[in-house]
Structure formats: C-alpha cells, structure tokens
Ligand binder design. Structure first.
Ligand code: B12
Length: 507
C-alpha cells in the first residue's frame, strides 16, 4: 500500500523534537513491504499546500498522522495543540479519501477523545510499529473493523479498542534523517533522538507512561544495537549531539550502564544528553561514566524535593536519593535541568518551601563548574485512568464529563493560591536558576538563543542559556514578568474554567 505519514508537531523552539516515533513506524511499514513517504510539517510555512501536493503526487492509500502533544502541560502559560492537529486532519480530509490513522503520544494518552475530535478512522495506542503494519494488512484486505490490539475506532457510535499487546523492541531502526530533513532540528539545538528501551514499571499517581504510553514491562534494546545506530548516524550525519529520549534513561540502571560502557568502548567521541534521569543512583561514579561516554547535559525529574510529596506522588525514590544526586552533580561540570511539580495531593506551604529551599541550597550556580536550572511548574495535569484523577474526582475537581483534551489541573486544596504564587515569585526573583511556567513565553526568542548557542560553540543543553538570560534580565525585566496579581488571576481562571460545577451550569 502507499502510506503517507505526517508529523503534526509544529513546535520549533529550543525544545524542538524530531518525530522519532513516526520514523520508527515508517521504517516498520517499509520493512513490511509498503511504499512509504513522510511529510514533516514542523518547518513548513504553508502546510495545506504541502499536504495537497503530497496527496496529488503520491495518491496515498492510507494516511497516518502523528500527534505528539495534546498541550504544553503548563498552567501558567497554557497552549493547546489540538486545534493545530484538527486543522491538519481537516486538510488531509480535503485532499484525500484515504483512511486517516492517528498515532503518537497524544493519541496514546487520550485515544477516545482524540479520535472523536479529529474525526479520524483509526487511532493507534502505544507502540505503533506492529499494530500499524497489522492495520495496513487488514485495510489492504478491505477489513474496516479489524480487531487489532491497540487499534481503536468507532463502531455503532461507540469507541472500541482492545488493549495493546506490546512485544519486543522493534527491529527496524527509525533512520530519522532518512525520512525527514534533520538539519532544522539540529540548528535549533535538538539532539538526534535515540531510544534504548521502552516501558515503565513505576506507579506515580499522576502518570500514564506505564498504562498508556509504553506499557509497564521493560523492553530493552540490545546495547550494542543502540550504539551501532549511534555510530552509523554519527558517521553519516555528524549531528551536534545525541539525545536519549527514554522515559528514565538511568533505569534499569544495569541496562543504562551497559549502553554507556558500550559507548566508551567505541573509538569515536560524540556529545550526548538525556531528557530524563531518575535521581536514584546518580552518584559520583555514575556521573564519571556519563562524562566519559560524552554526556555533557541531562534532565533530572524528582518532581519534588519534599520528602512527603515524593512519597505522595508514588515516586520510586526518597528525599535522600534526591539530595545525594544534587550533591554529586554540584561537584561535576554537567548542565542539568531539574523538573519540579508543585501542587499534588497534600502539598502545602511547608512542602512547597522544602522544594524551594532545596533549590536554594543545592542548585545555585555561583562558584560551581556545573550549570543547573530548576523548572518549577505549578499544578499537576490530570488524565483519566490515573490515581490522581480518582482523587480529583472525589474532591470535585473533575467529573466523568470533564473534557481531558482541555488542560485540567490538580492543585492541592491545602495551598492558598495567592500565598503560593508569592512564594514562587519570591524564589524566582532571588534565584535566576529557577524558571517557571511563565518563562515558556520566552521560547519565542529561541532562534536568538540557538544562534547565540552556536556562536559560543554550545553543543547540547541549549536551554542552559535560559539561566544566563534570566540572570541578565532579572534586575530589569523579570519583576514585570512576575506580575503576581496577574498570575494569581490566571491560575484561578485555569482552575475554575473546567470545574464540574461550570459544566453543570452550562447545561
Ligand atoms: C523525550 C521527551 C521530550 C524531549 C524531546 C527531545 C527529543 N529529542 O525528542 C523534550 C524535553 C525536548 C520534550 C519537550 C516537550 N514535551 Co516531551 N516528552 C518526551 C518523552 C519522554 C519521550 C518522547 C519520545 O521521544 N518517545 C519515543 C518515541 C519512539 O515514542 P512515541 O513518540 O510515543 O512514538 C511511538 C507511538 O506513539 C507511535 N506513534 C508515533 N507517531 C505515530 C504515527 C502513527 C500514524 C502511528 C500509527 C503511530 C505513531 O509509534 C511510535 C513508536 O512505537 C514523552 C513521554 C513518553 N514517554 O512518551 C514526553 C511527552 C511527549 N512530552 C510532553 C510535553 C508536554 C512536552 C512539551 C510540550 C513540554 C513543554 N512545556 O515545552 C515539549 C514539546 C516539545 C515538542 N517539540 O513537541 C508530554 C505530552 C503530554 C500532553 N498532554 O500533550 C509527554 C507525553 C510527557 C508528559 N507525560 O507530560 N519532551
């Protein structure tokens, strides 16, 4: 079959992300004997024209659309990507009658809702390779109601889907640069995405990784194969850096160490980064291995530095792991972006202050070789089928009729909004290392930052420039940015907008 795969992610800033998932699917479909084209809309100025010309020249039998993000998960600067995805789906409909199949992390998170809003024919949840190929096989035999695990569709007005069956890590490499033009991403500072395993066995109360995104069993990729892919790309493309996009790069730790040791054994050198590390087992020895392998930056996601909140979120580590990680990092030369999430069940002024005090005690850059930035986000995004959703439902924050395609938030009832914002603003004004949801507005200056990063020869962790910009702007502009009353109003609006009571009132 002729298969056209389209990347609907239009975000091109410091957090640009090449569509590795779509490329995995493209490689799998090609390996199964299909004729495949990929259209990456990320840097396209006139998406409709491009879709039209692809549909005319290629005449696809099936169109696959990758929807990565539903929204930006940011309460202080909320952006929804659903409208973009809807426009793209409509344009595809205008250009071809081919069945429309939607996949991607957005599709996995909210399949029922996304299928309906995009008016797609099928939606693929979790890994796309095997199920999409099976779907193509069914469609080629004109079976329009295939009972394939992980493939959802509407039947007699209701959504039907069998749970996905997740097999071993796929054999076909994503070959990202053979499907899309990687140079746009490279220029913005994105690393070449590499995945070393799939799955997550943790049970964090707010998260859908194990249940929806990648399943709860760890499916490792042979470390030699991981590094063979890196080696092949390094010599073919010479990307500025490689970026591990595993849910938690350093778990399982033995697997991570095997990958790092395999890199160290090779005769070449490359720059690496990882988009999420657990604070557990980040010690001097591990950091030294990371450094020898070529890592210069990474993200670490404790989500809180309050012992109570770490336990409350169901994190698989404790406060001492977070502190030990911070102490080891403080003696290194890495660039590290920390993620904290404020407002889960039980969060109060004291637990919030514990996280802010931790930042002040451990993440200050003065006098250190490392550069650290703490991304402190307010609110926890609510998704159905998580434990947090149930808690929120019991507390009346959401109801079965709430629309999860909207950014729905949990914010602990023990937090006073005015006081919380004042606490956060005070911390952000006193520490340029702290960035908050408000700072995402500056992402629009990404191109300037990327150019600056290229000028100073930075190869990864472009976001570390945010710290320098922050330090520079702090005394002049930031007090204007942190208009406390405006932030309070916006949070109150966010929280009240989707309360079930409003939904009832609108009926
Ligand atoms: C790594 C990562 C990042 C990195 C990306 C770096 C890079 N080089 O790519 C960074 C830190 C930059 C980042 C940024 C952001 N991220 Co992010 N990120 C991730 C993460 C952890 C992994 C993504 C990934 O690469 N997966 C590996 C690939 C292989 O898997 P995949 O994309 O899911 O693809 C598979 C399937 O989905 C499917 N599939 C994919 N496309 C298609 C198409 C078809 C037709 C079919 C059939 C199947 C299919 O098959 C694929 C292979 O099996 C995910 C969470 C997760 N575990 O998925 C969050 C995640 C996607 N990110 C998220 C968010 C919110 C963001 C940001 C918006 C945050 C922000 N405020 O800026 C930005 C957006 C950036 C952008 N350009 O889009 C959210 C999205 C949630 C939502 N509500 O929309 C997620 C789910 C995390 C979360 N739980 O909050 N992110």
């Amino acid at each position: 079959m002729r298969v056209l795969l389209i990347n609907a992610n239009l975000r091109h800033d410091l957090f640009a992300a090449a569509p590795i998932g779509l490329c995995f699917v493209a490689s799998a479909a090609k390996a199964a004997g299909h004729e495949v084209r990929v259209l990456d809309l990320c840097f396209v100025r006139t998406p409709f024209n491009k879709i039209q010309s692809f549909c005319r020249s290629f005449a696809p039998d099936v169109v696959g659309l990758s929807v990565r993000n539903i929204d930006n998960v940011n309460m202080l600067h909320p952006v929804s990507y659903v409208r973009d995805a809807r426009s793209i789906a409509d344009w595809i409909r205008q250009c071809t009658d081919a069945p429309l199949v939607v996949g991607g992390s957005g599709a996995s998170l909210l399949p029922r809702e996304l299928l309906a809003t995009l008016k797609a024919d099928y939606i693929v949840v979790s890994d796309g390779e095997a199920s999409f190929v099976e779907l193509l096989d069914s469609l080629s035999k004109s079976d329009h109601a295939p009972k394939i695990p992980g493939v959802g569709y509407q039947e007699n007005g209701s959504f039907v889907m069998r749970p996905p069956l997740l097999g071993a890590f796929p054999v076909a490499r994503p070959q990202v640069d053979s499907w899309i033009d990687f140079s746009g991403y490279n220029n913005l500072g994105a690393g070449y995405s590499i995945q070393s395993y799939r799955g997550c066995s943790h049970r964090c109360i707010y998260c859908l990784y194990p249940s929806k995104l990648q399943g709860n069993t760890i499916r490792r990729r042979d470390p030699k194969e991981v590094v063979d892919e890196i080696e092949e790309v390094l010599f073919r493309l010479r990307p500025k850096s490689f970026e591990f996009v595993d849910s938690l790069f350093n778990e399982p730790i033995d697997h991570c160490i095997s990958v790092l040791e395999e890199i160290v054994r090779r005769p070449w050198q490359a720059i690496f980064s990882a988009t999420s590390l657990s604070p557990k087992k980040i010690d001097k020895r591990f950091l030294s291995l990371l450094w020898r392998a070529g890592f210069r930056s990474f993200h670490v996601s404790p989500e809180s530095a309050s012992p109570d909140m770490i336990a409350e979120y169901g994190k698989p580590f404790c406060y001492d792991d977070v502190r030990r990680a911070a102490e080891a990092i403080a003696e290194s030369s890495f660039k590290v972006l920390w993620f904290f999430m404020i407002g889960g069940p039980g969060e109060n002024a004291r637990t919030l202050q514990e996280t802010l005090d931790f930042c002040a005690a451990h993440l200050r850059n003065e006098g250190k070789r490392c550069t650290q930035v703490a991304n402190v986000m307010l609110g926890v995004r609510l998704y159905p089928e998580t434990q947090l959703w149930e808690i929120a439902q019991r507390q009346g924050c959401v109801s079965p009729r709430s629309d999860p395609l909207e950014q729905l938030w949990y914010l602990s009832p023990e937090l006073d909004i005015g006081r919380t914002i004042r606490q956060l603003v005070k911390a952000a004004l006193s520490m340029p290392e702290i960035i908050s949801g408000m700072d995402e507005r500056f992402m629009r200056f990404s191109h300037v930052m990327s150019a600056a990063a290229r000028l100073v020869g930075l190869k990864s962790g472009y976001w570390s420039l945010i710290f320098h910009a922050n330090r520079w702007l702090r005394r002049s502009l930031l007090p204007l940015v942190f208009d406390t009353q405006k932030i309070i109003d916006s949070v109150e609006l966010q929280l009240s907008a989707h309360r079930p009571v409003d939904i009832c009132m609108n009926d």
